[in-house]
Ligand binder design. Structure first.
Ligand SMILES: O=C(O)[C@@H](CO)OP(=O)(O)O
Length: 232
């Protein structure tokens, strides 16, 4: 048996400002820093130890991982960053206020954009500052793999190869794995791991800074148990 812990980053400055964020590299808010530190404290209280950690290439997830590992006294473990764990790319919604967007397009449309499995947001062109082709951190990737906007389905299709190639072999080897990532990249992972349907995933939300602790079979990767380390 292996332990798998998923943490969504602590509150970000744009969670606080209620803006669509996606691949925009905003920092943690003050509350977000505290949430990440508390997540570390709760993992320590639960007696968890990790062999390896994974995160995205976005500051809010990387810092959350580091605050959590610091709380655990485990900043030394190997950690790997991948764009495949990034938040879903919100396309032309990036940077817009969610409430104002709902006033303009209606609550239902915004709910569909935010939570449906296969509805794409409006896309950005390569001339947009929000297109990843303009961000040096993606310069080594084939530009054809870079998204102009993603739904959960497309997000899942780029998260799962990373799970299969990098993370699953660690769990099959009995290693304890910590992943710090984002609301929607983690929804994609949870959907895959738990076998949640396209309809039911619409109702699944993952809270900031709240570790999800899975016991995973090191024989077949099935979920043995799931626990949520909620805020005190
Ligand atoms: O803006 C975003 O990138 C995400 C996560 O904060 O928002 P939502 O919950 O609307 O998918």
């Amino acid at each position: 048996m292996a332990k798998l812990v998923l943490i969504r980053h602590g509150e970000s400055e744009w969670n606080l400002a209620n803006k669509f964020t996606g691949w925009v590299d905003v920092n943690l808010s003050e509350t977000g820093v505290k949430e990440a530190q508390q997540a570390g404290a709760r993992l320590k209280e639960a007696g968890l130890q990790f062999d390896v950690a994974y995160t995205s290439v976005l500051t809010r997830a990387i810092k959350t991982l580091h605050f959590a590992l610091e709380g655990l006294g485990q900043l030394w473990i190997p950690e790997y960053k991948s764009w495949r764990l990034n938040e879903r790319h919100y396309g032309a919604l990036s940077g817009l206020n969610k409430k104002e967007t709902a006033e303009k397009y209606g609550d239902e449309q915004v709910h569909i954009w935010r939570r449906s499995y296969d509805e794409l947001p409006p896309l950005v062109g390569t001339d947009s500052p929000f297109h990843p082709v303009n961000d040096p951190r993606y310069a080594n990737l084939d530009p054809r793999t870079l998204p102009a906007g993603e739904n959960l389905k497309v997000t899942l299709e780029r998260v799962i190869p990373f799970w299969q190639d990098q993370i699953a072999p660690q769990l099959l080897d009995g290693k304890n794995v910590l992943i710090a990532a984002h609301g929607n990249s983690l929804r994609a992972l949870v959907k895959y791991i738990e076998g949640i349907s396209d309809e039911d995933i619409m109702g699944v939300n993952i809270d900031t800074g709240t570790p999800l602790v899975y016991e995973i079979s090191d024989k077949d990767l099935s979920v043995i148990s799931k626990d949520t380390l909620t805020k005190a």
